[in-house]
Design a protein around this ligand. Structure first.
Ligand SMILES: Cc1cc2nc3c(=O)[nH]c(=O)nc-3n(C[C@H](O)[C@H](O)[C@H](O)COP(=O)(O)OP(=O)(O)OC[C@H]3O[C@@H](n4cnc5c(N)ncnc54)[C@H](O)[C@@H]3O)c2cc1C
Length: 423
């Protein structure tokens, strides 16, 4: 250390030490380096675990605001009624067993010059390398009246699994006989391209059993279904005839909670349940840390290492990144990116070259009923010249038809990825 140690430094370090002590953790002394991870979702949890697996002499501190992991994948099945919130919640104890120091707190700022993050409750944390996987936050101001509508409880997105998933399930169950469930989809790119259409299927699945005359109205800002379109449309026509109406080019520009109205550019549409998913961008902390480089929304990275193109020593993962061509914003992808990142971080800390040729795979299963599933898969390789991933032609594809075997694969995928990221 080149400068003097003052009272402020003492308070910072004791604050951070208190946070680590509360998490049952060691401090930095005696370890090779400290990696701090912001966010314990699909990207952050996987990166934290794999760094410890691949080099246990690196100290890993993961800061996550929630004390439990709640999965967006499978959360649509909670609306459909075949799974519960308990099914999608998992503890962070598995990570602790790998020696990851899990701190339940909010990171409020990143000081990249001092290599330090600020915690809301527990002082500051120094790092040698920082991994930021904060997921998304919403651009509420793109839809007039959204925040008031959400505060009143009348307008929900349920696009981060948790309290809103429970609230939306309650509204669905309480919907009047023959009511209309409006699902508004933002323009791509957004978190989980097939997610809205799986949700429409699951809501119809619930209504078919409990409110047969009710309808699901999809108001999609995109011209057509953005993922697995023919497979979803066939499932809707055959499993839920007359129950799901799809309207493309129907971008929500406002909501009126009092009248139950979604305002489109050309008309107003009324509904009984308003499930309006707003446009999205990288999580707030990525914005505050100066990591956002594209359209004021997403974080550019060098895909060989996932290191930010804006801030050295900081890696970004998952939904917050500016997606490479053909790369969806998915839990599957965040988990794979996290392994590229973990491998690069371990190499860089140990003075080795990161893997020059990483390949990663994405698979998204969508449940169109309790048991039947359709999938989309893709494989991506690094184009070293362009410093980005590109899809490998001919690898991947979609299901030939919905089927129950893939229903078993879909549930197994979820259990495997939870075990891989958290177990
Ligand atoms: C309805 C729905 C269904 C989906 N289904 C699938 C599917 O079937 N398959 C699939 O692969 N993907 C699916 N997804 C997409 C998947 O959920 C996301 O792509 C994935 O969660 C992205 O991982 P992430 O690490 O970027 O973000 P997240 O998993 O959201 O993790 C971010 C974490 O960071 C924490 N955080 C943020 N800021 C801070 C801060 N400042 N301090 C502390 N903590 C912070 C948050 O609390 C959160 O836990 C679905 C999404 C939705 C909404």
């Amino acid at each position: 250390m080149s400068r003097n140690f003052d009272r402020r430094d003492f308070l910072r370090i004791t604050g951070a030490t208190a946070a680590l002590a509360a998490a049952g953790c060691a401090t930095m002394g005696g370890t090779k380096a400290r990696v701090v991870v912001i966010g314990g979702g699909y990207g952050g949890a996987t990166a934290a675990k794999y760094i410890r697996l691949w080099d246990p002499s690196i100290e890993v501190v993961m800061v996550e605001r929630a004390n439990i992991f709640t999965s967006c994948p499978i959360s649509n099945l909670v609306l459909g009624g075949s799974k519960t919130m308990e099914d999608i919640r998992h503890s962070y104890d598995g990570l602790r067993r790998h020696g990851v120091q899990v701190v339940t707190d909010e990171v409020t700022a990143v000081d990249a010059a001092k290599k330090m993050v600020k915690l809301e409750r527990g002082g500051d944390l120094k790092y040698d390398r920082l991994i930021v996987s904060p997921g998304i936050d919403f651009m509420f101001n793109e839809i007039a009246g959204y925040e008031d509508g959400m505060k009143s409880g009348r307008v929900l997105h349920a696009w981060k699994a948790g309290a809103q998933t429970i609230a939306l399930q309650k509204q669905l169950a309480a919907m009047r006989d023959g009511g209309v469930f409006v699902l508004s989809v933002p323009l791509a790119p957004y978190r989980c391209p097939p997610g809205p259409y799986e949700r429409a299927s699951q809501v119809a699945n619930y209504l078919k059993k409990n409110n047969r005359r009710a309808k699901v109205l999809i108001l999609d800002a995109n011209p057509d279904v953005t993922s697995k379109g023919p497979l979803f449309k066939k499932a809707w026509a055959e499993l839920y005839p007359g129950m799901i109406e799809f309207r493309g080019n129907s971008k929500a520009i406002g909501v009126d909670a009092k009248t139950g109205t979604v305002k489109l550019e050309v008309e107003d549409v009324r509904g009984d349940v308003l499930n309006v998913v707003p446009p999205q961008r990288a999580g707030d902390i990525a914005m505050k840390a100066g990591l956002v480089t594209a359209n004021n929304r997403w974080c550019g990275v060098d895909w060989r290492t996932t290191e930010s193109t804006a801030v050295k020593g900081v890696h970004v993962l998952g939904d917050a990144t500016l997606s490479a061509p053909g790369m969806p914003k998915s839990g599957s992808m965040a988990n794979q990116q996290a392994k590229v990142c973990a491998s690069a971080v371990v190499a860089m800390i140990n003075g080795r070259e990161p893997n020059p040729d990483p390949r990663i795979v994405n698979t998204c299963y969508s449940f169109v009923s309790d048991t039947e599933v359709i999938h989309v898969a893709s494989v991506h390789e690094l184009d070293a010249g362009k410093k980005t991933f590109v899809p490998i032609k001919g690898a991947g594809g979609v299901s030939s038809a919905r089927n129950e075997l893939e229903g078993k694969y879909g549930w197994a995928w979820a259990q495997n990825i939870w075990q891989d990221a958290l177990g």
